[in-house]
Design a protein around this ligand. Structure first.
Ligand SMILES: Cc1cc2nc3c(=O)[nH]c(=O)nc-3n(C[C@H](O)[C@H](O)[C@H](O)COP(=O)(O)OP(=O)(O)OC[C@H]3O[C@@H](n4cnc5c(N)ncnc54)[C@H](O)[C@@H]3O)c2cc1C
Length: 452
């Protein structure tokens, strides 16, 4: 029996069957949805049911100096939730309750393992909704969304997850529990610790409760609009005009011709492949129909050759399925870059040039209204094929940075993008982040070696 086995008995005494061991039982908890591969098997998985369980697991890991990976639903695309060899996996999936819906203050208090779409559905019973809407909303958790500062389809109108979080309960690496933020609309007391934990990708603390902001469900039936363009650059210019125009929509997404083909093969909706790209989006509110028509006119002015407005959601559903459609084709070499909105046409032109130069096809879906692109490279599965595709992604990432953009708009850095971090952030900014990490987790047990 190793020292860690003996220590583990101590943790089992505290957690009972909330502690899982054995490769088969632990397998579903060891990796996320990215192509990052864990460096070995963990020693145990804790399926926490309370803040006290999280605190017990972390104080045990701290005393034993064992690395901990934190896991919501494991839909992350950056390798952030992957297990460590000989480490502890801390799963929040069982902490999945809505603790309060405070209609008068438009707030909800939830546990971190709650599935995002379930929170939204619960709020809708009260005429309210939870604005963050990642395409994975039906399978990811609110805690994971906060830890990655997730984006999604409605960001163009409501901002990212950070814009919907008022307060948090967090357990630190040594097991201490703290609270941040307030239920008020305004709160300027101390440093903004809520924001510090948002997007920290499991490296600074474990979120065990969140107070989130809600909005009233708009009146009337939403309208979905679409516009097909012969040129993806024209589609980019149309997006810039729409976002800067008087009637910005609730959702504004782009699928280029190759993505439409891939999505249609996986989830047929009768989508006709455009020559260049297709914009799809949604307007809401009593004047949704008129606003959707106005947006299609802007698209036509920017070269759209076919436009339409409908009151069904099928096109957006197709867009939501782009990730599983790409997975079904075995396509996983992708990026999550962001550019300033006015640079969209430039980035699309640049991506086409990079694809031609490398002789590899690239498909792009984008949360276009946010300037956030997911480009995926068609690559052979061999190590040489993967390396060639990675070179394409590197070039696209450098292009985005040259246009004033970012290496990650919403998925986070995790382990997959760690090498790109110094491309975007200067040495002092990196040092400051590592100092913050060291202050909160001096032994470096919490999600070590990732995100910063
Ligand atoms: C089909 C599909 C579509 C997607 N669409 C989008 C999209 O539109 N927008 C978008 O932003 N992302 C999208 N993603 C990525 C993913 O769904 C998001 O990153 C999501 O926020 C991850 O949530 P999760 O519960 O699965 O977290 P996990 O994958 O379990 O974890 C993600 C990160 O958060 C940390 N973490 C999780 N829970 C906690 C917690 N309670 N406390 C502290 N740290 C924690 C983990 O350690 C890890 O670093 C998509 C993924 C898929 C598979």
């Amino acid at each position: 029996m190793t020292k860690h086995d003996a220590d583990l008995d101590e943790l089992r005494d505290r957690l009972g069957d909330r502690l899982l061991t054995g490769d088969e039982a632990m397998a579903p908890y060891t990796r996320d949805a990215s192509r990052a591969v864990p460096d070995g098997a963990p020693i145990a998985v804790v399926r926490a049911e309370s803040t006290a369980d999280v605190s017990a697991a972390l104080s045990w890991a701290h005393a034993a100096n064992i690395p901990v990976s934190v896991r919501g639903a494991g839909t992350g695309l950056a390798g952030g939730a992957n297990a460590y060899r000989g480490g502890l996996v801390l799963s929040l999936e069982r902490m999945n309750r809505v603790l309060d819906v405070d209609v008068a203050n438009r707030l909800a208090v939830v546990q971190p393992g709650l599935v995002t779409a379930q929170l939204d559905a619960r709020c809708r019973e009260h005429g309210l909704f939870f604005p963050p809407d990642p395409a994975s909303a039906r399978i990811c958790t609110v805690g994971g969304n906060i830890a990655t500062n997730a984006g999604g389809l409605r960001c163009v109108a409501h901002g990212v997850t950070a814009d919907s979080v008022a307060a948090l309960e967090v357990v630190l690496a040594d097991g201490r529990v703290m609270r941040t933020g307030a239920r008020t609309r305004k709160n300027v007391v101390g440093y903004d610790l809520t924001r510090l934990f948002i997007g920290s990708e499991g490296t600074l603390g474990v979120i065990t409760e969140a107070t989130v902001r809600l909005k009233p469900v708009p009146e009337g039936r939403p309208r979905t609009f679409r516009a097909s363009f012969a040129s993806v650059e024209d589609a980019g210019r149309a997006v810039t005009a729409i976002v800067n125009g008087p009637t910005p929509p609730e959702v504004l997404e782009l699928m280029d011709a190759l993505s439409v083909e891939i999505i249609e093969a996986y989830f047929p909706t009768g989508l006709e492949t455009p020559t260049g790209a297709m914009l799809v989006g949604q307007t809401v509110g009593p004047d949704a129909a008129a606003r959707a028509e106005a947006i299609t006119r802007v698209c036509a002015e920017h070269g759209a050759d076919d436009t339409g407005v409908s009151d069904t959601d099928a096109l957006l559903e197709a867009r939501r399925r782009s990730n599983p459609a790409l997975n079904a084709r075995g396509l996983k070499i992708s990026c999550d870059v962001g550019v300033p909105i006015a640079a969209l046409a430039d980035v699309f032109r640049g991506v086409a040039g990079i694809s031609a130069r490398h002789g590899l096809r690239v498909s792009t879906v984008a949360h276009a209204g946010d300037g956030n692109l997911h480009c995926t490279v068609e690559a052979e599965g061999s190590p040489a094929g993967i390396a060639a595709a990675d070179r394409v992604i590197d070039d696209i990432t450098r292009l985005a940075l040259a246009l004033g953009g970012t290496i990650s708009g919403e998925h986070g850095v995790g382990s997959l993008k760690l090498h790109e971090l110094p491309w975007q952030q200067d040495a002092v900014a990196l040092e400051v982040q590592r100092a913050i990490k060291a202050a909160l987790d001096p032994l470096g047990i919490l999600t070590p070696g990732r995100a910063v």
